[in-house]
Design a protein around this ligand. Structure first.
Ligand code: WTA
Length: 657
């Protein structure tokens, strides 16, 4: 694309050409929560003592007898300690000057607003804990939450934690079938949902979708429905003796609900994420270690202070919302902003309007959003007063240096450090990240492992790479690490602990180390896509396509996308007698949306008479990726039938042309 003379990207290019680095502003580091570089060595020398010091800042009803018991790959942290997550996120603040401090500042997409203080949150969590108990939920039971981004979602999570139930949040963008499968895998006994949620002015009919799922969920005894709109209620059907309105149950709820004393290693939650097979994995997190990890990283990575107004834009349906909208900030007694809807509704300055209204000081979002802001142009942030911001964060996918620079300049006014934080659903908390008062930033690099974390770049056969690229390994256990895949111990070992013979944690990510020892994350090396910061397994999409009666075979790959990072491209061979048409393409896309959800809708479907396979019958996805990205193809000599590729390339060119 040609540039105009006063194109802002020119400035960015100049900065990038200089390979500029960014030293923390002195005003920032002088008062930062961490500014002593020795911390890395101290934590590295004794990680258990390091983590223990954070554990001491939380409230335990019984102390631990041992920090770590490590029988690879099984870790127990704070062994014997007793703790309740809701007490740490709510009760202990209510006993202090934070009692009437805003815990959650919420804004709905249509413009409705609510602020809950810690004391409000305390009452709501107690009441809903009592409600769940009255519905028969007991310690250890699983509760599924399928909700829009409303305060009741955080309340329901904390209420589960209070009574010792395990929550399983299912993102509201997933389909009825995805919800059904997740409920059944966890055998949840109660579902909490809402009549609907708002997205770009449209209503997402969550209860209606839940009703479809509930036809095949034998474990569910009761459904609680939050009424999202009081004045203009969204239509729903309530099944007698199974479905109840949240607000009606809350009116009858007892005002106090004693917290269960949980073991440090008791389950806190399950969160499903995509892997390399067609079936999502229920990642299991336990209580003590997870809280310590999210508490510590929120405090240090975001340099959280008492008077900060902290905003993580992630939906609670993903791990980022769990760790950095609910548990991390609330365990720290922070004020967290929560916004239900789309960033461009009703206009493309919605997020900046929110920053201005509440005086947000810390802002944490995803590169895909930053790239969308860039596309929309600087006039939107320029319209608003963003001077309250002092720190910016990024998560979910590699941030390209151009997006980093744009964020730094146009949102951060060249004053706010940008923390590019690498982590995963499995890691529970941020593992590779700058510390904003300490780290010299390089745009595009997540910099260094958090103190107490040790990461390595390795070759596939386990050689350690000291400079250059390879696979990212985490070499020591950490408190918030996953404890397993729900109901599937073999897959847990196979997926994460079998890449190398010494049983190090395999992240599934590629990364490189530069000469200064900075980590650069390069994206997934397995069959997992990262579409607009959301993890989607290629096999899941393939299974959804093959489920359609017209499809014989399907191969799904990621293609480069300017905003989303990756978009889904599907190569499909159809059954004999079925003819390809635009209508069939639309049908197939809808079928994937029905099976998985709108987030997995393919961007491109291409009909192929054959797929490129090796002589042993394996589909060569690498070639398909190159075709989808319009690249010149590498070696095709291992193909069973090389002419297949030439035909595919022609089809692809026709499609694009
Ligand atoms: C990717 C989201 C580069 C990575 C917290 C990882 C990143 C996957 C970054 C986990 C980052 C996350 N730089 N890549 N800062 N953060 N990723 O489970 O590929 O939804 O494996 O957790 O996102 O996605 P998940």
């Amino acid at each position: 694309m040609a540039k105009t003379p006063n194109d802002p990207r020119k400035e960015i290019d100049t900065l990038l050409d200089e390979r500029r680095t960014f030293v923390p502003p002195k005003e920032f580091s002088d008062v930062a929560n961490v500014s002593d570089p020795e911390i890395y060595d101290r934590a590295g020398a004794d990680p258990e003592a390091f983590w223990e010091s954070f554990a001491h800042e939380l409230e335990w009803s019984e102390p631990w007898s041992k920090v770590l018991e490590w029988n690879p790959p099984n870790a127990k942290w704070f062994v014997g300690g007793k703790i309740n997550a809701s007490v740490n996120c709510v009760d202990r603040h209510v006993r202090t000057a934070r009692r009437n401090k805003a815990a959650l500042i919420w804004e709905g997409e249509p413009g409705d607003r609510r602020t809950l203080t810690y004391f409000d949150l305390y009452r709501e969590v107690n009441a809903f804990g009592g409600v769940l108990k009255s519905l028969g939920v007991r310690r250890g039971d699983r509760v599924a939450l399928y909700m829009p981004l409303v305060p009741e979602l955080a309340i329901a999570m904390l209420a589960c934690a209070r009574i010792g139930a395990v929550h399983s949040v299912v993102f509201g963008g997933f389909s009825a079938e995805s919800l059904r499968d997740r409920i059944n895998d966890a055998e949840a006994c109660v579902l909490v949902t809402a009549d609907g949620g708002y997205r770009r002015g449209q209503v997402v009919p969550l209860k209606q979708m839940a009703d479809d799922a509930l036809r095949e969920t034998p474990s569910i005894n009761h459904v609680v429905v939050v009424r999202r709109q009081q004045h203009d209620p969204l239509p729903v059907t309530m099944q007698p003796d199974r479905d109840y309105w949240y607000h009606e149950l809350m009116m009858k709820a007892p005002s106090a609900c004693e917290p269960e004393e949980m073991d440090s290693e008791d389950l806190l939650y399950i969160l499903y994420t995509s892997g390399t097979t067609g079936k999502p994995k229920g990642i299991v997190h336990t209580t003590g270690g997870y809280l310590v990890g999210t508490y510590a990283t929120t405090k240090w990575v975001f340099d959280l202070k008492e008077d900060d107004v902290y905003w993580c834009t992630a939906d609670i349906g993903w791990v980022t919302g769990h760790s950095y909208l609910v548990y991390g900030p609330l365990a720290n007694g922070a004020t967290a902003v929560m916004y239900e809807g789309a960033p461009d509704w009703p206009a493309q300055d919605r997020l900046w309007e929110i920053v201005e209204r509440y005086g947000v000081t810390i802002f944490y979002t995803a590169p895909t959003a930053i790239r969308a802001f860039m596309r929309w142009g600087t006039k939107w942030p320029a319209k608003r007063d963003l001077s309250s911001l002092r720190l910016l964060g990024s998560v979910g996918e590699p941030i390209n240096p151009e997006a980093w620079m744009w964020y730094y300049e146009h949102i951060g006014r060249q004053l706010c450090p940008v923390v590019d934080t690498w982590w995963q659903t499995e890691t529970g908390a941020i593992l590779i990240t700058p510390l904003p008062g300490l780290t010299t930033l390089k745009p595009g690099s997540a910099s260094h492992p958090f103190p107490g974390i040790t990461a390595e770049i390795r070759t596939a056969d386990g050689q350690v790479v000291t400079e250059g690229g390879g696979l990212l390994a985490i070499t020591k256990p950490w408190p918030s690490m996953l404890r397993g895949i729900y109901g599937d111990p073999d897959r847990f070992i196979q997926q994460y602990w079998s890449q190398w013979s010494d049983g190090m944690y395999f992240t599934g990510d590629g990364a490189k180390l530069d000469a200064d020892g900075y980590f650069w994350l390069l994206g997934r090396v397995d069959d997992v896509l990262n579409v607009a910061g959301h993890r989607i397994g290629t096999m899941e999409v393939e299974s959804a396509l093959v489920d359609h009666s017209a499809v014989a075979e399907a191969a799904v790959v990621g293609r480069t996308h300017e905003i989303k990072g990756q978009a889904i491209a599907a190569f499909v061979t159809i059954r004999e007698g079925v003819s390809s048409s635009d209508e069939l393409i639309e049908n197939l896309k809808s079928h994937v949306v029905k099976k998985i959800g709108a987030i997995a809708k393919p961007d491109l479907i291409l009909f192929a008479s054959d797929l490129p396979k090796t002589r042993s019958g394996k589909i060569m996805r690498r070639l398909l990726r190159d075709i989808a990205d319009g690249k010149t193809l590498g070696d095709t000599t291992t193909l069973a039938d090389p002419s297949v590729v030439a035909r595919l390339q022609e089809d692809y060119a026709d499609e694009q042309g």
